[in-house]
Design a protein around this ligand. Structure first.
Ligand SMILES: Nc1ncnc2c1ncn2[C@@H]1O[C@H](COP(=O)(O)OP(=O)(O)OP(=O)(O)O)[C@@H](O)[C@H]1O
Ligand SMILES: [Mg+2]
Length: 279
């Protein structure tokens, strides 16, 4: 190989290594921009996930606010209906009852058909008055605001036992203090719903209600000795799924007050427990 061949070879080698260097530099630049693009796409995706999560959280909060508002409206509506029934139909029935009293005093002036109808009317008016009273008390317990939870529950439980023939043992300390109105209403509604459930679903002949303060907590338990909840209903009511409105409403009311609801149920009966913070 002469000198010119050597020169040529060197220049070719130099060109090759420059080309390799350039190619590598280009590949590195491309890799870098691909990495940047990937990073950007990841950031963008993360941002979107965060936005969607925030959106979902807002929607959830909206739903919770709506449930809270609906429960308040339901209470107000029940209170209004109870008052309306008592003040309108209740008053008309009271006047009717006085009138039939007058007729009763003169029933001897009627023939036997007329007398029978008049006496029947007296009973019907009494029955209608009782029913209006019961419905209005069920809609809104009149004693709750005035006398407090313990008295309202005693009154309610007595009426429930008479109507359902279920023996109810109400265990509440005799010196049980008044609680904030929302708490008393929440506990009253919980007991009302649990007793209704016991009557409708459990087949139990007895029920026990235990209400006590344990430190800074109020513990409410409604216990029956019935057939227990079907397994799938137990699951639904634990995850606040689409069981009835009863447990869902109870759970929501308690949640708003920072409380919790627990249900234990088997073939020997059901225990529904609520724990609420009290000051
Ligand atoms: N004490 C109980 N014993 C046996 N099963 C019960 C009892 N309480 C509730 N359940 C079961 O749990 C289900 C859910 O109860 P929940 O009160 O939520 O709804 P519901 O009573 O069916 O309807 P709603 O209360 O909306 O009128 C009931 O359908 C019933 O099958
Ligand atoms: Mg129910």
């Amino acid at each position: 190989m002469d000198e010119s061949d050597e020169k040529l070879l060197r220049s070719v080698a130099l060109q090759n290594s420059r080309a390799v260097l350039l190619a590598r530099e280009r590949a590195e630049r491309e890799l870098l921009s691909a990495k940047e693009a990937l990073g950007k796409a990841r950031d963008e995706l993360e941002k979107r996930v965060q936005e969607r999560t925030a959106e979902l959280e807002r929607a959830n909060q909206g739903l919770r606010d709506l449930s809270a508002r609906l429960l308040v409206l339901q209470d107000e509506e029940r209170r209004r209906l109870a008052r309306e029934l008592h003040d309108s139909v209740g008053q008309i029935l009271a006047a009717l009852s006085m009138n039939v009293g007058v007729v009763k005093a003169q029933v001897h002036k009627l023939d036997s058909r007329g007398a029978k109808a008049a006496l029947e009317n007296i009973q019907l008016v009494e029955q209608a008055s009782r029913e209006i009273r019961t419905i209005s008390h069920l809609l809104h317990p009149p004693l709750l605001e005035i006398m407090g939870l313990a008295s309202a529950l005693r009154g309610y439980v007595e009426g429930f036992s008479q109507r359902s023939k279920i023996e109810v043992d109400l265990k509440i300390p005799s010196d049980f203090d008044r609680l904030p109105e929302v708490l008393e209403l929440a506990v009253f509604r919980m007991v009302q719903e649990c007793l209704t459930n016991i009557h409708r679903h459990s087949g139990s002949a007895t029920a026990t209600i235990r209400i006590q303060r344990e430190g800074g907590h109020l513990v409410v338990q409604v216990i029956d000795r019935g057939k227990g909840m079907p397994k799938e209903k137990q699951h639904e009511s634990t995850v606040a799924g689409p069981s009835g409105v009863g447990f869902a409403g109870m759970r929501e009311r308690l949640r708003q007050l920072g409380g919790t609801l627990e249900i234990q149920s088997d073939g020997n009966g059901t225990i529904v427990s609520a724990i609420l913070k009290v000051d």
